[in-house]
Every structure is written in C-alpha cells, then in structure tokens.
Design a protein around this ligand. Structure first.
Ligand SMILES: O=P(O)(O)OP(=O)(O)OP(=O)(O)OC[C@H]1O[C@@H](n2cnc3c(O)ncnc32)[C@H](O)[C@@H]1O
Ligand SMILES: [Mg+2]
Length: 175
C-alpha cells in the first residue's frame, strides 16, 4: 500500500516510517502545499495546513493514504505554545486528525514570531545551528533533547494510524 507524505523534511518522513513499518507499506515523500502561511499562528490554521498537505500528497503520488504533518504556534494565557498537527487522508473518508505534544516557547522566541518571523530560522539563530527544523526541532532544544521533532511526530503518526485502524475495524467504508 502506498503512503504519500506531503513533505521532504526527514524529521517528518522518519516519523511516518516509524508508524507504517510493516512490509505492505511503501512510503513516498512528495512536495505538497499547505495552503496556509509558512508560519501558521493557530491550531486551526495548522490543522488546515496538515489536511491540505495530506489530500494533495495522496493525489500527487496516486497513493492510497496521504499524510500531512504541520508545525505552528497557538497563543494561550500561558504563553505562545508550539503546536503540531497531523492529518491522514483516504479518498471517500473525512480526514483523520491528531495533535502533538505542546510546550510554551520562551518569550524571546515568541516575541520574534509575533513580529512575523518564522520559527525555523529563529531557532537556527538561537541555537547557533543549521536546520534545527530537520533535526531535533524547537521541541528538542527546549526539552534538552528528551523529545525531538521526530519523536513528537511519531506520536502524532501513531495517533493517526491507530484511529484509521479503529475506524476500519468499525466497518467505515471508503468510497
Ligand atoms: O519542509 P516542510 O514539511 O514544510 O517542514 P518545515 O520544517 O518547514 O515544517 P512546517 O512547515 O510544518 O513548520 C512551519 C514553520 O515552523 C517551523 N517549525 C515548526 N516546528 C519547528 C521546530 O520544531 N523547530 C524549528 N522550526 C520549526 C518551520 O521551519 C516553519 O517555519
Ligand atoms: Mg514548511
């Protein structure tokens, strides 16, 4: 079964591989547009990005299942939180969604995002590293390496794959 992932980011692709490890699955990374801003600023926008990527990835790769993983931030009374969402799309079914772990961003990072900067470059400058977004991610830096971006997306992927299996088991039909 072909599983298309709407991203070429290794932190995301590794997470999809971890959830669809078994033989019948072939993982196909493809470029897909999120259709939302480069830096989504709410859960709603981030979910929309994940769903758009999932649908487009499945279409572009002619795959049975499309996966979209999207990172963003959400303002809360406790600070600007990192938020991450995943979507799994199968033709004829409503997209399945699942959210990732969240932590507040330090004020110094939040301030820059609220002024319009993107988290990727802000994190590289802060950590004095390159491509943090493709490696440990902001979540890896701010959890002292306890949970990296791939771990976090792996959890999201298990939430997606598990809901998909459950719905299939309940006899939900695809058209
Ligand atoms: O190639 P794609 O799949 O687009 O992967 P990406 O790393 O750009 O990831 P997203 O588009 O999902 O994330 C939206 C923005 O937030 C940044 N971002 C999200 N989570 C991050 C993290 O954990 N560490 C660093 N940057 C992150 C990312 O660089 C983008 O600017
Ligand atoms: Mg991006």
């Amino acid at each position: 079964m072909r599983v298309a992932v709407g991203s070429k980011n290794p932190a995301k692709i590794n997470a999809v591989k971890a959830a669809f490890m078994d033989d019948p699955y072939e993982i196909v990374p493809v470029d897909a547009e999120s259709g939302v801003s480069e830096q989504p600023m709410s859960d709603e926008e981030t979910i929309k990005g994940a769903v758009n990527r999932a649908i487009q990835a499945a279409e572009r790769a002619g795959a049975d299942i499309g996966i979209g993983l999207e990172g963003g931030v959400q303002q809360t009374p406790y600070g600007l939180m990192l938020c991450n969402w995943g979507a799994l799309a199968v033709k004829g079914m409503d997209p399945i969604i699942a959210g990732g772990a969240r932590i507040p961003l330090p004020d110094e990072i939040a301030r820059q995002l609220l002024l319009g900067a993107e988290l990727g470059p802000v994190m590289d400058e802060y950590a004095k590293k390159q491509n943090v977004r493709k490696n440990e991610g902001a979540i890896g830096i701010f959890t002292n390496g306890q949970i990296n971006r791939s771990d976090m997306f792996t959890h999201v992927m298990k939430l997606l794959a598990g809901q998909y299996e459950y719905q299939m088991g309940q006899g939900k039909k695809t058209v």
